[in-house]
Design a protein around this ligand. Sequence first.
Ligand code: FMN
Length: 209
Amino acid sequence: MEQLLVINTSPQRSGSYSRKMTERFVHLWRLRYPSGEIIHRELGNQPIPHVDERWIQAAFTPPETRDHQQKDTLTLSDELVSELKQATQIVIGCPMHNLSVPSTLKAYIDQIIRMGITTRLVPGTPGSPYAGLLHDKKAYLLLVRGGHGYEKGEAYAHMNFQEPYLTAVLGMLGIHDVTTVSLEYTAIGGDQFDEAVKRANSRIDALFC
Ligand SMILES: Cc1cc2nc3c(=O)[nH]c(=O)nc-3n(C[C@H](O)[C@H](O)[C@H](O)COP(=O)(O)O)c2cc1C
């Protein structure tokens, strides 16, 4: 059975464009997979704790020698990892925040990158020292930016630490089948924004044709 993990990362609720995009995606996904399971993971308004010293010590202690406290420390991380492992498809709605992703998403990523569980270090491998342990998953990135010019080949592409970062992180996990739909101009408005919305919506719709 298909399972979709929906990750929303915008701190905004009603005025959020990335949420509108994930809503459109989820609506179409539901029509495509009527009996599929959908799990929602809210990050924008339910922030994930940052990893701290206790977390690092627990995560790097072999599971069989972890004490009760260390197991407790990893409870949320274990839950997030299991949610991710179960999903066959993942959709992430993500604004650009200061050239990168919202800090809540970074905190989530730190919780789900687990050595020996979701990825493995293979030093010296060309291209990436990580071999992801999550296989047969498809990811969709629905990205929004207030400005414009951050796409490949454009003036500010070198400042885009949102899409290349997320693609690299998914690769670290073994998720290489990644489709991105971007929407720019959200803070600018006008005709260019209207056109950008139409383009982004039709790209989402085309995923389900
Ligand atoms: C803290 C913060 C930082 C932002 N940094 C950028 C940025 O670096 N580049 C950009 O184009 N837009 C930036 N924006 C604008 C957002 O990407 C834009 O408003 C987007 O629509 C927010 O996503 P949402 O509509 O889903 O909430 C920033 C917005 C906030 C709140």
